[in-house]
Design a protein around this ligand. Sequence first.
Ligand code: HEM
Length: 410
Amino acid sequence: MATTAPDDTSTARPIAPVDVSDAALYVEDRWHEPFADLRANMPLAWHPESPYGPYWSVSSHRLIQQVEALPDLYSSARAITITDARDDVPFDNFIAMDRPQHTEQRRVVQPSFNPSEMKRREGEIRQRVTELFDGLSQGETFDWVEQVSIPLTIGMICVLFDFPWEERHDLKRWSDWASEVTPDQSDERTALWMEQMMQMLTRFDALLEEKRAQPPGDDVMSRIIHSEAMGQMPAAERMGNIALLIVGGNDTTRNSMSGFIDAINRFPDQLKRLHAESDLIPNAASEIIRWQSPVTHMRRTATEDAELDGQAIRAGEKLILWYISGNRDESLFDDADRFDVARENARRHIGFGFGIHRCVGARLAELQLQIYIEEIVRRNICIEPRGDWERLASPFLHGFTKMPVEIVAE
Ligand code: HEM
């Protein structure tokens, strides 16, 4: 039964029994129960205190969509994670903008991810996946995250941005810093963060200037620099948008790839099913995004007093949209904790978000995942754990830092 607390508008607020922003829940893989409880008893729950300040938890699929369908009322502009943006830190990008600026900038990059571009990229992606798998050793233990998920996704970002492969370790480091969500907002931490972001900006500015000197092309960097909406962005916006594109396309796909290994180890019958019915592979790619939910949450901020599901929301309050929970919503997904490659409504997952900010790179992510799964199935390999998986300490990205495995031929 929900505990309620009066607030100064004299409505009772359902108080969440557990702070689901606690990174320990994700490191220790203990998030299922608290969210099942929230969905069943208070899909809109108030957390009066947390290391990130007070927040609303939105945990059902229906309510998450409802919030995202009202982007003017529930704004992305203040911040898109549970951490409040510091006013003194210059950093801005289109995922954290509202209309009309969001629309203008999104339009610039969107064509780089359309179906014809994806068709053009397919051969290139397949070749990189095949080469990487050819180089994997059998009969010895290695870290799947380090040897497979990271190089495959970083490689994709290098191709997307024409970024030199030799400098890929910088890309990974910047991406990790850019996606960090921590209650530590100290000046020291912020200075370290800024140092990394400035390094990233300097390197990418050089690449952008090279593109400016060339005729306009179809790749993202060329589109950005030759566009009206993004060609003359101030430094804070260039920094923010570059970080958005590298984090957007990096940790998310990486953690879906690692998540697939976790899923087939827990549900080995599902890999067998893919061997028998390879036409299920595209659906398996959607299902892994639902099941893994690599982006744990996004955040919105109420721009004015509102009512959501009969509950008063006050202007300025933050709403955390827990995709990880919406994707396990048993009112939509039968036996939701099960990884099921034939799930009929897998594509209704909310792992890419919903509405005007829905992931712009969704097709690219799906294509990468399909090719990756095809390769695992085609090679008929068995990837067996050789030690415990280690998980990311973050309430924002849901993934793995280490997966010791051994490849055993079937
Ligand atoms: C499995 C992989 C991926 C997942 C789970 C994912 C998830 C998400 C989510 C949840 C959002 C926010 C949606 C919302 O607020 O409603 C988003 C937005 C975005 N994603 Fe992805 N993403 C993935 C792959 C990619 C890739 C490959 C790229 C491109 C390189 C990318 C670039 C972006 C960008 C630029 C946005 C901002 C869109 C906007 O604000 O209009 N993502 N993504």
